[in-house]
Ligand binder design. Structure first.
Ligand code: IMP
Ligand code: MG
Length: 175
């Protein structure tokens, strides 16, 4: 772990992250005028992004949490498990999934399919980061913070085996 941290470089600073989130919040406000939004934050990685995003959103909204897991170490397994479901009814509601990153797409595909069975009025997805190059399944993303290269990122919610989420910036590991 010590060595990993030695090769850590900054990809996006705190300021850059906040600026981009402000823009995303504005887009969301414009797209949902006159509506009420249920934000589903995907634990744990997306909590940082969710908190900063919702502070900038002005339309009426509530926050729910779900937890799935698919990742071990730095490899996506494609094996998504629901660890924590919803305890509210989303049928007929406008729902926005807020996730930290889309990589292979397995996690968001699973969540989207699952939530769709609960009959929301609308279902959209916001991600802070998109590693397009790595996609295995095509999932439509409605709001993207940053399109990033195929680098493993840490900080601002992104972890390696649960560590480094608390870094205030997004860093990447130089190989
Ligand atoms: P997917 O199912 O392959 O799209 O992966 C999504 C999940 O993988 C995310 O929710 C993250 O938890 C994790 N992930 C993917 N890339 C990274 C990364 O670069 N750093 C930290 N976690 C990542
Ligand atoms: Mg995650």
């Amino acid at each position: 772990m010590e060595e990993v941290i030695k090769n850590l470089k900054v990809m996006y600073t705190e300021e850059q992250i906040q600026e981009r989130i402000k823009e995303l919040a504005k887009e969301i406000d414009n797209d949902y005028i006159g509506k009420e939004l249920i934000i589903i934050s995907v634990l744990k990685g997306a909590i940082f992004f969710t908190v900063d995003l919702v502070k900038r959103i002005n339309i009426p909204m509530s926050i729910e949490m779900m937890q799935v897991s698919s990742y071990q170490g730095t490899q996506s397994t494609g094996n998504v498990i629901l660890k924590r479901g919803l305890d509210i009814d989303i049928s007929g509601k406008d729902v926005l999934i807020v996730e930290d990153i889309i990589d292979t797409g397995y996690t968001l595909q699973y969540l989207k399919e699952y939530l769709q069975t609960l009959n929301p009025n609308s279902l959209k997805i916001a991600v802070l980061a998109d590693k397009k190059e790595r996609r295995k399944i095509d999932v439509k993303i409605d709001y993207t913070g940053f399109e990033i290269e195929n680098k493993f990122i840490v900080g601002y919610g992104f972890d390696i085996d649960q560590k480094y989420r608390n870094l205030p910036y997004i860093g990447y590991i130089e190989e």
